[in-house]
Design a protein around this ligand. Structure first.
Ligand code: CA
Length: 233
């Protein structure tokens, strides 16, 4: 029995039914809310494990719902947006959402996102791993205290920026990080040339990190949005 409790925030009944039917079929527990006000209320009173949040709500903007929840909780939030709401999706990630689904989405996509988020949740709940000075993911190992990274026990020769990027991604494993978030953390600014530089550094980092550049294992690209480090099994 899957004990994960999901809060589904969606005002469109057909989308809501697709989600809840899928959750029911996969033994998830769930709650629903039709608007932002109820979403905040349900989130605070039931403390769900994951929130699936539609961005286009009838009362409050979905991004404001995220900001509100983030004032007291780090619960994973997956936003659901229409394709026309691309900038909203990025605002949502910058406001603290973990991941996104674009409408229309398939049941498989929904389940895959939930699995990724659950893995992230398991890591977050594991206090020791959150505080550990050594990070491991598949064959990647980062010794934060020593400032070194290893792949398959061989030290990776990274430039300071590549190393900083790798640490930022690893400390947020499973979470989609926007270009703005990354460049602000690495360079303290977010100009167009910072994003261009980011692409260059990401390419060189991946060359060192990924065995097969065509099917990257560790770092996923989200076109027009950002990057995410995947949890490798
Ligand atoms: Ca809607």
């Amino acid at each position: 029995m899957n004990k994960t409790l999901i809060l589904v925030v969606e005002d469109d009944n057909s989308v809501k039914n697709l989600i809840t039917t899928t959750l029911k079929a996969h033994d998830y527990r769930y709650l629903t809310a039709q608007n932002g006000t109820d979403a905040i209320l349900e989130a605070s009173s039931h403390n769900p494990d994951i929130v699936l949040l539609d961005l286009g709500l009838p009362d409050i903007d979905g991004v404001d719902v995220i900001k509100k929840i983030r004032t007291w909780s780090n619960m994973p939030i997956i936003v659901i947006s229409a394709r026309s709401e691309d900038t909203d999706k990025i605002d949502a990630l910058d406001a603290g959402a973990d991941d996104y689904l674009t409408k229309p989405f398939s049941v498989e996509e929904l389940l895959a996102r939930l699995r990724v988020t659950q893995r992230r949740l398991n890591m977050m709940q594991n206090e020791t791993s959150a505080k550990a000075s050594v990070f491991t993911n598949g064959k990647l190992r980062i010794d934060y205290a020593a400032g070194c990274a290893y792949l398959d026990n061989e030290e990776l020769h990274l430039t300071p920026i590549e190393y900083k990027l790798l640490c930022l991604l690893s400390r947020n494993v499973g979470k989609v990080l926007t270009h703005t978030f990354i460049t602000q953390n690495i360079w303290g600014s977010c100009w167009d040339n910072d994003i261009a530089s980011l692409r260059v550094f990401m390419a060189t980092l991946r060359k060192k990190l990924e065995k097969d550049a065509n099917s990257p294992q560790y770092i996923q690209t989200h076109i027009g949005v950002g990057y995410r480090m995947m949890k490798v099994e």
